[in-house]
Structures are given as C-alpha cells and as structure tokens.
Design a protein around this ligand. Structure first.
Ligand SMILES: [Zn+2]
Length: 58
C-alpha cells in the first residue's frame, strides 16, 4: 500500500526511498505535529523557510 502526502489538496505518493517530514501547526492539537509529505511539498516548505536567503542568492 502506498502512502500519500499528508498535505491537504495534495494527492502525491510519498517518496518511499526517502520519506520527507515537515512540522505543521495543528489547530486541533494546538501544537506542531510532524507529517509525511511528498518531495514537492517538502521543497515548497523549505523554500518558504529559506525565502530570504533565496532572494539574495541571485
Ligand atoms: Zn505533497
């Protein structure tokens, strides 16, 4: 059985060779929780975190 990315609105399979995990705020738990994501969502998440660095790297 293939595992899916746990980001809402994303239906991609996880990279089973190298599962990526990010921390996301969960409103129900009122705490951060680790979720498994596909490569694309992981990259997007990291790009947002590093946004300032990226803008200066051109
Ligand atoms: Zn995804």
């Amino acid at each position: 059985m293939k595992e899916k990315c746990q980001i809402a609105n994303c239906d991609q399979d996880l990279n089973f060779m190298d599962k990526k995990r990010i921390y996301q705020y969960d409103e129900n738990l009122e705490d951060e929780t680790a979720i498994y994501v596909c490569d694309e969502c992981y990259k997007k998440n990291k790009a947002e975190e590093n946004n300032i660095d990226w803008e200066h790297s051109s």
